[in-house]
Design a protein around this ligand. Sequence first.
Ligand SMILES: Cc1cc2nc3c(=O)[nH]c(=O)nc-3n(C[C@H](O)[C@H](O)[C@H](O)COP(=O)(O)OP(=O)(O)OC[C@H]3O[C@@H](n4cnc5c(N)ncnc54)[C@H](O)[C@@H]3O)c2cc1C
Length: 389
Amino acid sequence: MEEFDVAVIGGGPAGTSAAYHSAKLGLKTALFEEHQTIGEPVHCGECLSSMALTRVGLDLPAHTIAAEVDGVAVVFPNGSRKLVREKGYVLHKHKFEQFIAALAADSGATVKLDCMVRDLKRNNDSWTLETKQGQFSSKIVIDASGPNALSSRRLGLNKPFSLINGLQYELEDVPQEGYLDFYLWPRLAPHGYLWMIPKEGGNANVGLVTTEPAKTKPYLDQFVKELGWEAKKRVRIFGGSIPCSGPVEKTYSDGLMLIGDAAGFTSPLFEGGTQLSLVSGRMASDVAKEALAANDTSARKLSKYEKLWQAEFPVYEKIIGGKDALYNLTDSELNEMAEILPDDISHINPLAKLGIGAKVLFGKRHLWHKGFAGIMASFGYSRAKYYGW
Ligand SMILES: Cc1cc2nc3c(=O)[nH]c(=O)nc-3n(C[C@H](O)[C@H](O)[C@H](O)COP(=O)(O)OP(=O)(O)OC[C@H]3O[C@@H](n4cnc5c(N)ncnc54)[C@H](O)[C@@H]3O)c2cc1C
């Protein structure tokens, strides 16, 4: 049976990042991906901030970039746009993940495609992985298997998380202004939002997340209709599920760490998860290196991983309160909020914040009672700086 220091389950952004960083640190690393090709099928809006790349030390090659963007435009029901300026990219996500997997392979990792991990068992100080291509052993397992979270399921480590559904069309010839347009239109995305994510040549990913799975497609079709894009050519339909109940209780155990979606790491308001995946992959690799050097892969030793992500990632509960308050606003209340906010909400200085607070307290006190302050805090924590995208 071939033996590894680190076995990574799943070749998404989390797993490819973990495999790359582990191999770069000199660990004998294997990456197991169930599909025949890394990154396919794509199940993502494909946007990623420049800050995320800086954090994991990646330089994007041109072929992975579908567009460069200047930030996020939050679009209110009355059509008014509030800009959050922070640079980033729309990726060809499959090419991006293939690029990181190639870096991992170049750094010495074994990449096993068409190789689903079916089960994992711990014996003494190592793991045996049952895969489609036979058995492998590893001192440490990094679970990057996404919303399916293999280790949580097979080992009963964590409760299943709540999921929110996303669906999108890639359309041709969509008008765009160099921003990721995030539409807060509760009428067409209850407890979620809709988006237009620009890509090269006028193409765009147009989609939504909502907690009403049966209505996802009708809502998306209505959105496309209302924006006058019904006749646009539809290049593809794609989507998937996103964990939306926050980090799982146990992100580590003896010889095991969970990263990315498998750990429930998604940003609560706009459900971005790629940056958190890439960074948690890097953190788990660093901890694996230290544990293997000390010949101690116990849960106690790997608990450092939890300390690392807890110190860096924003506190989920802080954002979720504001998110719930936001999704409780009606269309007209959202429009009132838009009237109060400046057009550029990237950096609201303390004086402007006071002015906004006064307008709410003295003119629109009902918004205050509906959680206006928490909503603004949630927006703040959804920025790239706080791992929002
Ligand atoms: C519609 C939609 C739009 C989104 N838009 C954005 C966005 O624009 N920006 C953003 O930052 N985030 C976005 N997200 C979230 C983002 O896609 C995820 O957070 C991110 O992909 C998580 O990466 P991951 O590597 O943890 O999991 P995944 O990307 O799910 O990768 C897991 C991999 O593991 C493989 N796998 C699973 N089980 C096994 C097994 N047993 N054996 C071997 N392989 C296995 C899977 O095939 C998959 O390749 C979006 C999600 C959806 C659904």
